[in-house]
Ligand binder design. Structure first.
Ligand SMILES: Cc1cc2nc3c(=O)[nH]c(=O)nc-3n(C[C@H](O)[C@H](O)[C@H](O)COP(=O)(O)OP(=O)(O)OC[C@H]3O[C@@H](n4cnc5c(N)ncnc54)[C@H](O)[C@@H]3O)c2cc1C
Length: 448
């Protein structure tokens, strides 16, 4: 139903003494002071009459619609009362929300493991969790679910956890969505963490989505940055959006925990410290195996022997479209060999069919964080940079002095890669250039 028009707000500007009471009173910010007198934005004005009441010099009055008698005072009164009631409801809802959010505290990390070995991304996330917990004045907790993985409990402490929540149950021996979701959801409901982080691995992505759905909270996948908003205390979850053309910062303002997944190698693990001792809290799973909807029939391992292991490589030499053709990767391989590293590539080179996708670095490839990254004939598009800009030391070789890769390179060499790369490889083999660069990488990483 259309709202009954209440007339138009009019001003007698000459009476205005510039006291600004109307500005403070207006619920829709429709009044501002221009050259010391009140001016109304009629797009915003809802003709509530608050300014009429508050003005000490009777600048404002409401003109009834043409052909109608002046709006009775009670109508304006009831409009004001309705707005005040609405404001009151909003205030009460906001207070209730703040009270509910304040019940949550602590930064949690799910410890992912397979055959007794922890995925390094879990330790990397504990490193980030320590920073976040410090900013929030709260504690870091690790979630360790599994069967006979007690040896990892204190290991989680060595990597930064103040508390380890441990559930040991034969049902958790192999990862399956149902029991892991149940275990973590019941821990969250009982202990109420403010933030829950997981690795953006195949398993982590599966589990995070299931938990967020169960808890009806927000989840930001594949974050490249996490920090705390100083004013609100919310977790700022930054990730590429719109095909990687912009970086979006996402907040979970009304629900807890705030959940995020992060790819391996994006965050930095703390140095392992055996002097740290975590408090351990044991809990029960409370699920029998007949309630699990999936069964592991057998394991069929991927044949990964042929695939390049970029994720944890210490040195990566990558080639892009500037190579001009697949044969260009021979010089890249030679330099990688001289530096004891592996070969990476831009999507430009992969899409051209010059090298297989497992070599691709970037948003739709692998995120890497080597000690040394050498980019040859790569322009430095944002989708490439988000996958490698955390490298300790970046060397870029490009014929174009304005290439964007130089904006993030520690050392930039302008020139033809076919002249530079073979000489680079020679110096790496014969003149100890590798050790020199890794030494610089070391000091860059430690803030030198
Ligand atoms: C949704 C989405 C996801 C994407 N994901 C990724 C991703 O994961 N990884 C990724 O890399 N890209 C990704 N891209 C593509 C990205 O936008 C770029 O198109 C791509 O990175 C370009 O590859 P390039 O730098 O090799 O090629 P170009 O941009 O063509 O750059 C080639 C460079 O080589 C230089 N050059 C030419 N000849 C020589 C020479 N002789 N010596 C030295 N330099 C030379 C040129 O000056 C130029 O800077 C994605 C794009 C989209 C839309």
């Amino acid at each position: 139903m259309a709202r009954k028009p209440r007339g138009t707000l009019r001003l007698i500007t000459e009476k205005c003494i510039g006291c600004e009471r109307c500005v403070g009173e207006c619920p829709v910010d429709a009044i501002e002071m221009v050259d010391g007198v009140a001016v109304v934005d009629y797009e915003k004005c809802i003709v509530c009459g608050k300014c009429v009441k508050v003005c000490p010099t009777e600048v404002f009055y409401i003109e009834p619609p043409a052909g109608e008698a002046e709006e009775p005072a009670e109508v304006a009164e009831s409009a004001v009362a309705a707005i005040q009631a609405e404001e009151e409801r909003e205030r009460a809802a906001q207070e209730e929300l703040s009270r509910r959010l304040a019940e949550y505290s602590g930064v949690w990390v799910w410890v992912e493991h397979f055959k007794g070995e922890v995925h390094p991304v879990s330790w990397e996330l504990l490193g980030k969790a320590s920073e976040l917990a410090q900013a929030r004045g709260s504690k870091v907790a690790a979630l360790l679910l599994g069967h006979q993985v007690g040896h990892l409990v204190q290991e989680a402490g060595y990597h930064g956890a103040d508390i380890v929540y441990h559930i040991d149950d034969p049902v958790l021996a192999d990862y399956r969505t149902d029991p892991y979701t149940l275990g973590i959801v019941s821990l969250v409901r009982k202990y109420k963490p403010e933030i829950l982080l997981m690795g953006a691995t195949t398993t982590g992505r599966d589990l995070a989505g299931s938990i967020a759905t169960e808890l009806k909270t927000g989840l930001t996948a594949d974050c490249t940055g996490l920090d705390i908003d100083e004013q609100t205390g919310h977790l700022r979850q930054t990730r590429p959006a719109f095909g990687g053309n912009v970086m979006a910062t996402i907040l979970t303002q009304r629900h807890r925990p705030q959940m995020a997944t992060v790819r391996p190698r994006v965050m930095r693990a703390l140095p392992r410290d055996e002097s740290r001792v975590a408090q351990v809290i044991h809990e029960e799973l409370g699920m029998t195996k007949d309630r699990v909807r999936t069964r592991i029939v057998r394991w069929v391992p991927n044949d990964e022997s042929e695939l390049v292991n970029l994720q944890y490589a210490e040195v990566i030499v990558s080639g892009g479209r500037g190579l001009g053709g697949p044969e260009g990767f021979r010089v890249i391989e030679d330099l990688a060999d001289a530096l004891g590293g592996v070969v990476g590539a831009s999507r430009g080179a992969v899409d051209a069919g010059w090298i297989s996708h497992d070599h691709q670095v970037g948003q739709t490839g692998t995120t890497v964080r080597p000690r040394l990254y050498v980019a040859c004939g790569i322009s430095g598009a944002i989708q490439h940079r988000v996958g490698m800009e955390q490298s300790d030391l970046i060397v870029a070789i490009n014929i174009d002095p304005n290439a964007r890769i130089f904006q993030i390179a520690d050392f930039g060499i302008v020139g033809d890669l076919y002249e530079i790369v073979p000489e680079f490889a020679r110096q790496a083999r014969e003149e100890g250039l590798k050790d020199l660069l890794l030494g610089v990488a070391e000091s860059t990483a430690s803030g030198g």
